[in-house]
Design a protein around this ligand. Structure first.
Ligand SMILES: [Zn+2]
Length: 204
């Protein structure tokens, strides 16, 4: 039986995505051999994550809060088209899209699973906010509004796509989905640049 501290850390790590108990114990024993200062900086980084990172009130993207900034860099940028909103399930997908340079609009993070509506309310809050964003644009007499539903070709993604379509339809705006050069099962997170480029160009 492991000591209490080891056991506790294994339990914490096992809760991370894609980490099982065996991998968790391997990480714990790896960390145990590391020098004190390395472990200290690791734990400080962990704490700082919750203390300094905030979610953008517009799009739910995370950003480094310095007490002055009121949102993420993309929402605050004057170079981005606020009338073009790309709806994504996961923030991690943005890096891939940004690397292609194909998209000059803004984002909206909706959450991975529609079933989370019952759970954390995060998706529900995010969808309400998306509708509010669109209504605000319409109130500013912006006519050229496009919402790109870039959900993944998974069961959760497809359910999300249908739900969003239904929710956004009454707003009478242009709704597009990504062209699927993205083969079924190929998520944005893992797609290469050319595939993402084609998916954006082929949206309809
Ligand atoms: Zn934002």
């Amino acid at each position: 039986m492991y000591s209490k501290s080891i056991q506790n850390l294994i339990e914490s790590l096992s809760k991370l995505p894609s980490i099982g108990p065996r991998q968790a114990s391997r990480i714990v024993f790896y960390l145990l051999k590391k020098p004190d200062d390395e472990i200290k900086s690791f734990s400080e980084n962990l704490l700082s994550l919750k203390q300094n990172v905030k979610l953008c009130p517009e799009c739910f993207l995370s950003y480094e809060a310095d007490g002055v900034k009121k949102g993420c860099d993309i929402c605050l940028s004057h170079k981005r088209l606020k009338t073009k909103i790309c709806v994504l399930q996961k923030e991690v997908e943005i890096n891939n899209i940004e690397n292609t340079g194909i998209f000059d609009g803004v984002y909206h993070i909706i959450g991975e699973d529609i079933n989370m509506l019952n759970d954390e309310k995060q998706t529900e809050t995010s969808i309400k906010k998306l509708i509010e964003r669109i209504k605000n644009l319409k109130n500013q007499n912006q006519n050229d509004i496009e919402v790109i539903l870039a959900t993944n070709p998974t069961t959760e993604g497809t359910a999300m796509l249908m739900y969003l379509n239904q929710k956004l339809k009454p707003l009478d705006i242009k709704i597009t989905v990504l062209g699927r050069g993205l083969s079924s099962g190929n998520e944005l997170e893992y797609a290469d640049q050319e595939t993402i480029n084609n998916a954006f160009l082929g949206r309809n």
